[in-house]
Design a protein around this ligand. Sequence first.
Ligand code: 15L
Length: 273
Amino acid sequence: MARILMTGAAGGIGTSLRKLLPPIYPDLLLSDIKQPADLGAGEKFKAADLADLAAVEAICEGVDGILHFGGYSVEGSWDQIHQANIIGCYNLFEAARKQGVKRVIFASSNHAVGFYPRHHRIGTDVTPRPDSRYGVSKVFGEALGALYADKHGLKVTCLRIGNFGEAPLDHRRLSIWLKPEDLVQLCRIGLEHPDIHFEVFYGASYNERSWWDNHRAYDFGYRPTGRGEDFREHAMAEQAKLLPDPVGDFYQGGTFCSMEFDGDKSGIIDWKK
Ligand code: 15L
């Protein structure tokens, strides 16, 4: 029976997956910097600070596969991103190698490519265009994943997650929504598919407005069950409450692009005008 380690167990994705994974992976070890307040009696938990290599090695001991959802999950200061997502991600891959872990699923993000305009459909093989320090850390994590796959034989799957949740939150999220059960499918492909060496998939459900060519995931058997358009009315009503954001509304990364933006706006088309 495979022992699976999930980092980031106290975060948004981790909290949801703690409920969905045990029937599939009963030997599930949870980790985060602090124990989740609602940890159940049947749940196994070991605390670890990702910036501490020895602590990360300790949680990887005896583990077959890792779901790495730990780290900083939004834009932060350079120090926050550096500690949790640069040093932390390096420690995770290095600890996995040292402990003989076979597979790693890395939670990358759409923000690794957030500066592609929304009218540009992209695959997983495009040049990275991160929209934030956070996005840069995800590009770094994908690069580390490729290195550990090619040099050390770790089987690595990077998931460029769109927006994870029960429903799309606004207009932008109609294009990038990821239903929890669909993320579970992608994790299973990464942990179990015999042909994984190094792969990048978009973590997105079946969204008719998608900006992404995710055929690689479908080739590996991914069949998403979530459909963003089913929530169109709700998402558009929520969108109507938001202020216009010419930069964020033009690029795929949304507000991650407009925050701290002082670049050239001349190429930006305000579609609403
Ligand atoms: C992400 O990568 C974040 O972790 C999440 O909090 C959302 O901001 C999401 O992207 C998004 O783009 O909606």
